[in-house]
Design a protein around this ligand. Structure first.
Ligand code: GLN
Length: 215
């Protein structure tokens, strides 16, 4: 039997354990990742939901600039993740999407700017306005597509407010005034989701699709 792919989940903060459970149930060798060395062994990486400002702080090292706006700088692990995202599959969910995309000007996050989309934090409202909704998806599956509705969990979710050309939209959710918002996108080897697929372990289509991106 072929060796299972090694899939890391960034385990600094947030919902990494639930991602590991789903990935393991699909046969991956899923591991908690906290160091550059652990990341180097991986074929793919999940950046989980949590809190992007906290994740940013944990991915920074103190800088030298007392009294400057940003008295810290990206750590070796931050740089290693950015380099990893150049050619290996990375899935960012919720806070992970915020880190993989581009900030809409919130300086408390230092994103990788790997997926060419602009992301607004907390744009679906506060924690008490979290919700689950069934959304249509359009997930490639070999020559086929999987289109059945997906129960998507939004928790203080970020909104994709600008998509650059070439970014593929895999799922949309109803937005304001009858419009729809992109809530799951793909750019090459990278997936970004506003919602939490790890909280719907009974529907593993999204993690299965992510694993299919591993070469
Ligand atoms: N609102 C959070 C943030 O800004 C993300 C919430 C989540 O990951 N569920 O990071």
């Amino acid at each position: 039997m072929a060796k299972p792919p090694i899939v890391g989940a960034l385990a600094l903060q947030g919902g990494y354990a639930s991602h590991i459970a789903v990935l393991s149930s699909l046969g991956a060798d899923a591991r908690e990742i906290r160091t550059v060395t652990e990341l180097a062994a991986c074929d793919a990486l999940v950046i989980p939901g949590g809190e992007s400002t906290t994740l940013t702080r944990l991915l920074m090292t103190p800088g030298t600039g007392y009294g400057t706006d940003r008295p810290w700088e990206p750590s070796p692990l931050w740089h290693a993740i950015r380099d990893f995202a150049h050619d290996k599959p990375v899935m960012g969910t919720c806070a992970g999407l915020i880190l993989l995309g581009r900030s809409d000007g919130d300086e408390r996050v230092v994103p990788f700017e790997a997926i060419p989309v602009t992301v607004a934090r907390n744009a679906y409202g506060r924690q008490t306005e979290s919700f689950i909704t069934r959304i249509p998806v359009d997930i490639p599956n070999g020559d086929d597509r999987e289109r059945g509705p997906y129960p998507a969990t939004f928790i203080r979710a970020p909104k994709i407010v600008k998509l650059d050309p070439g970014v593929e939209v895999i799922a949309r959710a109803p937005g304001a005034n009858g419009a729809t918002d992109p809530v799951m996108v793909r750019a090459g080897n990278l997936l970004g989701l506003s919602f939490h697929p790890e909280l719907t372990p009974e529907d593993r289509r999204i993690h299965r699709y992510f694993l299919s991106l591993i070469k």
